[in-house]
Design a binder for this molecule. Structure first.
Ligand SMILES: [Zn+2]
Length: 243
């Protein structure tokens, strides 16, 4: 039985072991798992998903609970990741960025596993997401971190708010060096009107798709810290492996 959907898994039906039947199902499902190329209805087959889930449980995501400090301000941001940004996890993140929001479903499930029982990650007072520029949103029709935060909140019974806005013109972080990322993200985010008072003494969780240098997330955390948040944590679908 699939933990995510409650449906019986495809490979639990003995006839699916037959190659020809599997191929025929492909005509119905029209999709292959990026991990093992078997046909499946979901963005990743249950068997490959289990493999990814085991990696989170085993703590193999290097940045699962990494802590980054912002230079000069001494603020520590705890970050958890649903996976390491490589292989199948990377495929799913790229799928979410380029091919459709359905790829957020398995990623958000991995993020839930990474959240564990930590109250900072499963019962914060405020859950919000990293905003994107208007152009990017128009191109895609959605903002990946927002989609991930919606799914997480639905599973955790929390309300997601749109608390952050971009206040300074910034380029897309993709393709920039570490130094450029920090410069580009510096003081680029602020709170939306009305959130200044709500934030005080609250525990905040920020959702993003990929953690690279921490520049974006740290700059998203600062407005909350400055308005008196008790704690700010972040959860991401994937974190790049840091040497
Ligand atoms: Zn697979």
């Amino acid at each position: 039985m699939c933990l995510r959907t409650g449906r019986k898994r495809i490979y639990e039906y003995p006839f699916m072991k037959n190659k020809i039947i599997n191929e025929l199902c492909g005509l119905l499902f029209q999709d292959r798992c990026p991990g093992c190329a078997t046909f499946c209805q979901e963005p990743v087959c249950p068997r490959c998903f289990d493999g990814l889930a085991r990696m989170v449980h085993g703590g193999n995501c290097l940045s699962e609970s990494s802590i980054i400090a912002y230079q000069g301000r001494g603020y520590l941001l705890r970050v958890r990741a649903g996976g390491t940004y490589r292989g199948l996890v990377k495929e799913l993140v790229l799928g979410l960025k380029n091919s459709g929001r359905r790829f957020a479903v398995p990623l958000s499930e991995l993020m839930l596993i990474a959240a564990g029982n930590d109250p900072s990650f499963i019962s914060p007072d405020i859950v919000t997401f990293v905003p994107t520029t208007g152009n990017k949103r128009k191109e895609r029709g959605y903002n990946p971190p927002e989609v991930l935060s919606n799914l997480l909140c639905k599973r955790l019974g929390l309300r997601r708010v749109d608390a952050l806005q971009i206040i300074r013109r910034m380029r897309d972080q993709d393709g920039l060096s570490a130094q450029e990322r920090w410069e580009n993200a510096n003081e680029s985010f602020g709170l939306r009107a009305g959130f200044e008072k709500v934030v005080c003494e609250s525990r905040v969780l920020i959702v993003d798709d990929v953690f690279t240098t921490g520049a974006t997330l740290m700059n998203c955390a600062i407005p909350f810290v400055e308005h008196g948040a008790r704690e700010v944590c972040a959860i991401v679908a994937a974190a790049t492996r840091r040497e």
